[in-house]
Design a protein around this ligand. Structure first.
Ligand SMILES: NC(=O)c1ccc[n+]([C@@H]2O[C@H](COP(=O)([O-])OP(=O)(O)OC[C@H]3O[C@@H](n4cnc5c(N)ncnc54)[C@H](OP(=O)(O)O)[C@@H]3O)[C@@H](O)[C@H]2O)c1
Length: 257
């Protein structure tokens, strides 16, 4: 088995300060990639950056708010200046900040969710697209909620459904350049708690706390996974040779989407 399938590759991962994005960044570094990563929290993104460098890889780590177009543009310029080109782009960062019922929702938070989850990936991908090399991969982290919404949190559902459509459209546009574009649906992962996305708890602590600590409404047969399991699927998608799947939805959920 090739232990370093990403050797010589440059990967950009958004939202790599914690959670799934951090696991993806570290998994990619362990398997040979150099990294460009971002998130808002300076401390968290610097910690991930140091961990990548400890693994012997180059890392550009920036504090970036994906809802801010100027910051997205500056990050892309820095990535291109430092690495010249990109092989893998993972649009992972996501906001789940407006959880109310439609009528009670805060319009500012509703729209900000769309800015982070949809406009951010759009601007970032658009800016980097010409620099993605043949054989490149774009992986968009979406959600089962982009397929079957349930009540409340419509901004999240709408933004993830739209991101799936961005995957499809980009896959149709980029196949002549041998660039594959896929969506990855993690299913419930140990970054979520009843209080919302975790700022403090490690995945291990969340898993140890058991199902009661998790968002309600998961079917009994659904399993909450460690973010490293999601990173393994991201690695598989990033490692396909030219001619691999494109325009697809890869899900780790244990229920129909
Ligand atoms: N966990 C799950 O069960 C689950 C299920 C389905 C889909 N997903 C999707 O998987 C992705 C990762 O989720 P996660 O659970 O790992 O989330 P998380 O633990 O909350 O981490 C999210 C990361 O994104 C960054 N981020 C958030 N807002 C940002 C912004 N405005 N600009 C730049 N970075 C920002 C966060 O850092 P800062 O806050 O410092 O910016 C953090 O590094 C998301 O797209 C999420 O929707 C997760």
């Amino acid at each position: 088995m090739n232990e370093s399938p990403l050797a010589g590759k440059t990967a950009v991962v958004t939202g790599a300060g914690r959670g799934i994005g951090k696991s993806i960044a570290l998994t990619f570094a362990r398997t040979g990639a150099d990294l460009a990563i971002c998130a808002r929290s300076k401390l968290e993104i610097a910690e991930t950056g140091s961990a990548v460098e400890l693994l012997g890889r180059r890392c550009h780590a920036s504090s970036v708010d994906l809802a801010n177009p100027e910051q997205v543009e500056a990050f892309c310029h820095a990535v291109l200046r430092e690495f010249g080109g990109v092989d893998i782009l993972v649009n992972n960062a996501g906001a789940y900040i407006e959880r109310g019922a439609f009528a009670d929702s805060d319009p500012e938070l509703w729209w900000r969710t769309v800015e982070v989850n949809l406009r951010g990936p759009y601007l970032l991908t658009r800016k980097l697209i010409e620099a993605i090399r043949p054989g490149g991969k774009i992986i968009n982290l979406t959600s089962g909620k982009g397929f079957s919404a349930g009540a409340d949190s419509t901004a999240y559902h709408v933004s993830k459904a739209a991101l799936n459509m961005m995957t499809e459209g980009l896959a149709n546009e980029l196949w002549p350049r041998q660039i594959d574009v896929n969506s990855l649906v993690p299913g419930p992962t140990a970054t979520l708690t009843n209080a919302g996305p975790s700022q403090k708890c490690s995945p291990e602590a969340i898993l140890a706390a058991g199902r009661d600590a998790l968002p309600k409404g998961l079917p009994a047969w659904e399993r909450v996974k460690h973010p490293d399991e999601v990173a393994d699927l991201a690695l598989q998608l990033a490692s396909y040779p030219v001619g691999g799947p494109t325009g697809q939805i890869f899900s780790l959920a244990r229920r129909p989407l």
